[in-house]
Design a protein around this ligand. Structure first.
Ligand SMILES: Nc1ncnc2c1ncn2[C@@H]1O[C@H](COP(=O)(O)OP(=O)(O)O)[C@@H](O)[C@H]1O
Ligand SMILES: [Mg+2]
Length: 294
């Protein structure tokens, strides 16, 4: 008999799949919510911004942390929580509360407006002149009137020349004033440095760091939550096993994406070897085969 009380319903259902399908299931992104207090804090801040009334100086937020720590996942979750798009009969347009774009590599004002137009499902030809793209974007944005514009990968601002960097930062401020809306920027420490170069910009952006995991109850909660979503027939008890928790911390440096990658690969090995649980030994063997970014 296999006890299955160690699994969440979705993982439990996946136990009926073939080994190959269970392994594919592992590759899907999953959202661990209830044991991830820092994400909850970020989501609360986002909710607060969404609820704040339109005014002249809209508050903005910079969520920063190392690559792979979970910044984009938080925004994806926020967007899932607010799929709401309403048809506004006055403008004949969709009312979108949260508009999300990515700061392109090698950003220019034109490319940035291009991303906004794409997010609005508006036509954009890369050859269009800046003045035209800017005019169309602002006109549409005022009609759609998003409460929040999310700009992911904002550290790409730094990839440009000093002049381009200043222009992009001013553009964020300009957008926030003109729409008006809150800006939520996501990026690495470099993004924080970029924002801090301009006192006018930095005074508007509240910083929120997503730090690396420490070996504490938050981490154990996250690991326990993650284990409940791995379709293995036996409980591994990862979070209660100090040797496993220490090993995870030492090879991943507390970076969320590396932790989930390592555990998913270990779970895959647990399926292939028919052990159906993650042990310290299996994890050690997996570490040797996975290249982590940390
Ligand atoms: N709350 C979470 N629950 C489960 N996995 C997560 C969570 N946050 C991050 N991850 C894992 O970490 C990976 C990297 O997250 P991502 O948001 O892309 O990082 P960033 O945008 O900071 O580079 C994701 O693909 C996912 O596997
Ligand atoms: Mg990201």
């Amino acid at each position: 008999m296999t006890s299955t009380s160690h699994l969440d319903p979705e993982a439990l259902a996946a136990l009926d799949l073939s080994d190959q399908h269970r392994i594919s299931f592992l590759a899907e992104d999953r959202w661990i919510d209830y044991h991830y207090p820092r994400a909850r804090k970020a989501l609360l801040e986002l909710e607060r911004l969404l609820a704040s009334p339109k005014r002249t100086r809209m508050p903005s937020l910079l969520i920063h942390g190392v690559s792979n720590i979970g910044k984009s996942m938080i925004i994806q979750k926020f967007l899932r929580d607010h799929p709401h798009k309403e048809f506004n009969p006055e403008t004949g347009m969709l009312q979108i509360d949260v508009l999300a774009v990515e700061m392109p590599a090698a950003p220019t004002e034109r490319r940035f407006y291009g991303q906004l137009l794409l997010a609005l499902n508006a036509p954009y030809r890369p050859g269009d002149r800046l003045a035209a793209v800017e005019f169309t974007s602002l006109t549409l944005l005022r009609q759609v009137s998003p409460k929040i514009i999310v700009v992911d990968e904002v550290h790409n601002l730094l990839a440009g020349s000093a002049r381009e960097q200043r222009a992009s930062l001013n553009l964020l401020k300009f957008l926030s004033n003109q729409v008006p809306c809150s800006i939520v920027a996501l990026g690495t420490r470099d993004a924080l440095a970029a924002v801090q170069t301009d006192p006018q910009i930095s005074s508007r952006f509240r910083g929120l760091e997503l730090p690396r995991w420490q070996e504490n109850d938050d981490l154990r909660g996250f690991l326990a939550g993650f284990e409940r979503q791995l379709p293995l027939r036996h409980a591994s008890g990862i979070s209660d096993n100090p040797a496993i928790v220490s090993l995870i911390m030492s090879v991943t440096s507390g970076v969320t994406g590396d932790i989930t990658e390592l555990l998913s690969r270990a779970a895959e090995a647990a399926i292939r070897t028919k052990r159906e649980r993650i042990t310290a030994e299996l994890l050690e063997a997996t570490v040797g085969r996975v290249s982590l970014r940390a």
